[in-house]
Design a protein around this ligand. Structure first.
Ligand SMILES: Cc1cc2nc3c(=O)[nH]c(=O)nc-3n(C[C@H](O)[C@H](O)[C@H](O)COP(=O)(O)OP(=O)(O)OC[C@H]3O[C@@H](n4cnc5c(N)ncnc54)[C@H](O)[C@@H]3O)c2cc1C
Length: 443
């Protein structure tokens, strides 16, 4: 089959990697870079690129133009959940791609800093209750999908277990509001991913994942057309027939395909596929799906803190005045940096609406700074950047927001990436969507 994939993010590349050996696969990517929201870019390109990914700069000191050009920034941060059992690593392994990852446990910035969060005796105390929750029968887990984490915490949350139940579901979903997080979904995710480090990062930078997938695709005959935007998906009588190229060297050209797979944030699909071809209720459902948001930050330390290298820490700010009442965030010391330097990646969860509100984001930046200060008292920065994003994960995994299937009402048109109902969050969700596509194409 001739298969067209729109987008060379993790979702598009993972799908192409699965299909390239047996089919004629062509990927169209609007940008001149691989990786989509999981790309690494030179600092001088950061501002221009982030506008394309539904992000804005909240503050930067000194201005980005003044930061030494040797720094590269990752858009996506790190893989969350499951470590080596997560979909991205599993896929790379299946394809025989060897990448080295830095993994760590999580520390907590509370009254005091504890690393890791749970001591062995904490774990032993909690184990019976956790095991009971994690090994509940599948049918019971299905029932639990309608129950919120808030209800679950009221029922089971005592002592350290309460803290764990308040933290992890938020980190897994990038949603602060425990009333919207499904308990079943959370326990299912945890059960699938038990063991392994909760946070991992490719040793030579996030872009390694996209670059290695692209190499594999090209080695197996697939083609990747960078800097080539798709303007339109051609649909005739309910069937996807091909695409029309927008910007790029072949602008205006029409190409026929047997299958078209879009990995655009699904809410944006009607920018390239005429809505009139879709049933009204499906179009309405897709348009209204809610993504997730965050404030993200990079801090370049004047003096590297070697003892923190490779570690990750979480915090929970109570009664913070954001949806969900408490705000959860992470401060991570894994990111690739120029030799002898240290770059800290942090984020704090918020809603997409909050992420668009600069004043709210400035409040959130103070919360990150407060926790950074607890972790490294009197730290001195060479530079820092705060940006906010209102489309971090394609579709939030919440009770009121059911993620769509990879199939669409249009024959031969599929959707992949972090928007669909695959396993995991963010990059893992995008990588796992490839598995669903392959199952659906039955090839
Ligand atoms: C700042 C930030 C921090 C994040 N942190 C994490 C994290 O810590 N952990 C995690 O798992 N996830 C994180 N994420 C989310 C993660 O990056 C995404 O979930 C994942 O990369 C999505 O992959 P995708 O392939 O579904 O979509 P995308 O990466 O968005 O890929 C879609 C691609 O389509 C291209 N495109 C769009 N329109 C067209 C067109 N018309 N023609 C051709 N190409 C087009 C885009 O340029 C893009 O490359 C973060 C994201 C950001 C931005």
């Amino acid at each position: 089959m001739k298969i067209c994939i729109i987008g060379a993010g993790i979702g598009g590349l993972a799908t192409a990697a699965h299909l390239a050996k047996k089919h004629e696969v062509e990927i169209y990517e609007r940008e001149n870079l691989l990786g989509g929201r999981a790309l690494s870019c030179k600092i001088e390109n950061y501002e221009k690129l982030l506008r394309k990914f539904e992000m804005m700069i909240v503050s930067a000191t000194p201005s980005i133009g003044e930061v030494a050009s040797e720094y590269k920034l990752d858009l996506g941060f790190h893989l969350i959940g499951g470590g080596k059992r997560g979909a991205c690593v599993k896929l790379l392994k299946e394809l025989g791609i060897e990448l080295e990852f830095i993994g760590s446990k999580l520390g907590l910035i509370g009254e005091e800093v504890s690393y890791p969060i749970l001591s062995s005796s904490d774990k032993l105390k909690m184990l019976p209750r956790i095991m009971q929750l994690l090994f509940t029968r599948k049918s019971k887990i299905e029932e639990m999908k309608k129950i919120s984490m808030e209800e679950m915490i009221e029922k089971y949350g005592r002592g350290k277990l309460k803290l764990v139940l308040e933290l992890f579901p938020r980190l897994i979903t990038t949603v602060n509001d425990l009333g919207k997080i499904s308990a079943g979904e959370t326990f299912f995710a945890q059960r699938e991913l038990m063991g392994g480090d909760p946070v991992i990062y490719p040793k030579n930078g996030l872009n390694e994942i996209a670059v290695s997938l692209a190499k594999y695709i090209e080695k197996n005959g697939g083609k990747i057309k960078l800097g080539t935007e798709v303007k339109e998906i051609i649909i005739e009588e309910g069937v996807a027939k091909g695409i029309k190229i927008g910007k790029g060297i072949k602008a205006g050209e029409e190409k026929e395909y047997d299958v078209v797979i879009s990995t655009l944030p699904v809410q944006n699909i009607f920018t390239i596929a005429n809505k009139k071809h879709f049933p009204e209720d499906w179009a309405e459902y897709i348009k209204n799906l809610k993504p997730t948001g965050s404030l993200v930050a990079y801090h370049a330390l004047r003096e590297a803190k070697k003892e923190l290298d490779g570690k990750s820490f979480v915090f929970i700010e109570r009664n913070a005045g954001f949806e969900g009442n408490d705000v959860v965030g992470m401060i991570d010391f894994k990111m690739n940096a120029p030799k002898g330097k240290q770059l800290i990646q942090s984020y704090a969860i918020c809603t997409p609406e909050e992420a668009k509100n600069k004043a709210k984001m400035e409040e959130l930046a103070k919360i990150i700074e407060k926790h950074l200060e607890k972790l490294i008292p009197s730290y001195k920065m060479e530079w820092y950047i705060y940006s906010s994003i209102w489309h971090l994960d394609g579709v939030a995994k919440t009770i009121d927001n059911e993620k769509p299937d990879v199939t669409t009402p249009i024959k031969n048109l599929y959707i992949a990436g972090d928007c669909v109902n695959s396993k995991g969050v963010g990059m893992n969700c995008a990588a796992d969507s490839a598995r669903l596509i392959v199952n659906n194409l039955k090839i």
